[in-house]
Design a protein around this ligand. Structure first.
Ligand SMILES: O=P(O)(O)OC[C@H]1O[C@H](OP(=O)(O)OP(=O)(O)O)[C@H](O)[C@@H]1O
Ligand SMILES: Nc1ncnc2[nH]cnc12
Length: 170
């Protein structure tokens, strides 16, 4: 399926110079959303993933349905102050300043096979931090899956040691 034709591109959002790739127009098309989830789920299944991990917020829109379709669990990675139990944290560099992400410490079992997923790979900071959290807990990242990969921003270099699937490349 030609998923790219369902993505709307919005220049200068959220700041000047950014070409924002808006996934909401794809999500609005039920059969297209379902086909994309099915493709990502088939990849996860081919890696024998036992659990799915996705970062707030758009990673939930992808990771939740992938986990549901395979009948496996979903683990949210969230900003500080959102998860109620004991968390592991990692700080990572964004374009401006530092951000932090958290995961429940008991959410992944050592050796568990994990699919990490998000809507979009840009510089890779978010997904790298998410992978670090999974690995801190002893999880084994068996695949990393995106709807969209923005090539040329360096994200894929950070993922060279992992099996990566991206349904759309810009
Ligand atoms: O590869 P990177 O440079 O880290 O960028 C990619 C991240 O940026 C977006 O999330 P954003 O931080 O805008 O948050 P949101 O999902 O809550 O909209 C997107 O959903 C990815 O998670
Ligand atoms: N260009 C972009 N479009 C949509 N989401 C993004 N997150 C980081 N860069 C993005």
């Amino acid at each position: 399926m030609d998923y790219a034709k369902y993505i709307k591109s919005v220049m200068d959002f959220p700041t000047k110079g950014i070409n924002f790739r808006d996934i909401t127009s794809l999500l609005e098309e039920g059969p297209v959303y379902r086909a994309a989830i099915n493709d990502l789920a088939a990849f996860a299944e081919s890696k024998n993933a036992e659990i799915v991990v996705g970062p707030e917020a758009r990673g939930f829109v992808i990771g939740g349905p992938v986990a549901y379709s395979l009948g496996i669990g979903f683990v949210p990675v969230r900003k500080p102050g959102k998860l109620p139990r004991e968390v592991a944290t990692v700080s990572y560099k964004k374009e401006y300043g530092i951000d932090t992400l958290c995961i429940h410490k008991d959410s992944i079992k050592p050796g568990q096979r994990v699919l990490v997923t998000d809507d979009l790979l840009a510089t890779g900071g978010t997904i790298e931090a998410t992978i670090q959290l999974v690995e801190q807990l002893g999880g084994v990242v068996v695949g990393v899956a995106f709807l969209i990969e923005l090539t040329g921003l360096g994200g894929s270099k950070l993922l060279k040691d992992y099996d990566v699937l991206s349904l759309i490349n810009y």
